[in-house]
Write a protein that binds this ligand. Structure first.
Ligand code: F6P
Length: 358
């Protein structure tokens, strides 16, 4: 009998999501399975009529696997346990969602998400007796138990290219350029792109800094004849006295943002240099996936289907030391994967003379 599985993307989008779907659909099709793509995260199934589509191998032969974004749509604000209705009321729609999966004859699902989505999905599948396998994706690379999450490599490439573009203009105008990158509470994007893109200063949430130390680094560069400097800062970096920089959006949702402009003023004052800030923002999420992300997405998508075929559930597929493995979802979401301040990348950066402002 042919089996039906569902796949969806959950949380913020990133490059490589369509490539995961392609891999899962091709592998499932080789087993004679049908794949249903749920639209707009799991929220698509809570709409009337439910929003989903059958995904066929032919859907992925053209440009789709090369595209950023997700052909299914996604959301990071439709928690089925606390679902915000159009009238603003918040209700628990988890039972309704489980019933919607069952009405479609779906017992096994592949969720492409981050730790927040996995936390919610684990509760849901336990409540509904559904079989679940997770595929990690996030530009922040903060999911535990995997060396890389889908989308991170592309985001780092975009941030590195931004530094490549900022350097000539910085040098032309004798300026200090500050690049604010995403990453939520983990400094992975800033650290890796900073090393790859020749930053002079990298500021990440994991390492406390002072403006004096940042200024000292920049002034030393100047003394040695350098006429520009590049500073990369993670969006979640606080001011040295612990104040957060956040933006409040319509509806009261907050996101990190603004530390770049803060540093721009402070560094100008402390060094006498002309400074400019660039906020890279969602540009980091929107690119065509790099080959590394396509490889990762393909390997993880295939493995996710194979786990379902073996009857292995409640797992997250992961990339560890060049191989694809599976780990317990609970271990993946137990804690956030932040930068190891005693790890290889911080050591490498320090050895290159890059300052962390400490
Ligand atoms: O988690 C991915 C991420 O891009 C973070 O780096 C960033 O802080 C956040 O999502 C932005 O969220 P939104 O897309 O809701 O603005």
């Amino acid at each position: 009998m042919s089996k039906r599985i569902a796949i969806f993307t959950s949380g913020g989008d990133c490059a490589g999501l369509n490539a995961v779907m392609r891999a899962a659909v091709l592998r499932a099709s080789s087993l004679g399975w049908e794949v249903i793509g749920i639209e707009n995260g799991t929220a698509g199934l809570l709409q009337d009529p439910p929003r989903y589509k059958v995904l066929n191998p032919n859907d992925f032969t053209g440009t789709v696997m090369r595209m950023g974004g997700t052909i299914l749509g996604t959301t990071n604000s439709r928690n089925p346990f606390a679902y915000e209705m159009d009238d603003g009321s918040i209700i628990d729609r988890s039972d309704e969602l489980i019933a919607a999966f069952k009405a479609l004859d779906i017992e096994s699902i592949i969720g492409i998400g981050g730790d927040g989505s996995f936390d919610i999905l684990s509760r849901l599948v336990e409540q509904g007796g559904l079989n679940f396998v997770g595929v990690p994706k996030t530009i922040d690379n903060d999911v535990n138990m995997t060396d890389f999450a889908v989308g991170y490599d592309t985001a780092v490439s975009v941030a590195t290219e931004a530094l490549d573009r900022l350097q000539p203009t910085a040098a032309s105008h004798d300026r200090v350029m500050i690049l604010e990158v995403m990453g939520r509470d983990a400094g992975h994007i800033a650290l890796t792109a900073g090393i790859a893109g020749g930053a002079d200063v990298i500021l990440i949430p994991e390492i406390p800094y002072t403006i004096e130390k940042v200024a000292e680094k920049i002034n030393n560069l100047k003394k040695n004849g350098r006429n520009f400097a590049l500073v990369v800062v993670s969006e979640a970096v606080n001011t040295p006295d612990g104040e957060k920089h956040e933006v409040v959006y319509h509806g009261g949702e907050t996101r990190y943002g603004g530390i770049g402009e803060y540093l721009c003023m402070k560094i100008a004052k402390a060094t006498g240099s002309e400074t400019r800030a660039t906020v890279l923002g969602h540009v980091q999420r929107g690119a065509s996936p790099t080959y590394n992300d396509r490889l990762l997405a393909s390997a993880l998508g295939v493995k996710a289907v194979e786990l379902l075929a073996e009857g292995v559930y409640g797992r997250m597929v992961a990339w560890q030391n060049g191989d694809v493995v599976d780990v317990a979802i609970e271990d993946a979401i137990k804690e956030c994967n932040i930068v190891d301040i005693n790890g290889m990348r911080v050591h490498t950066a320090r050895s290159l003379g890059i300052s962390f402002g400490d």
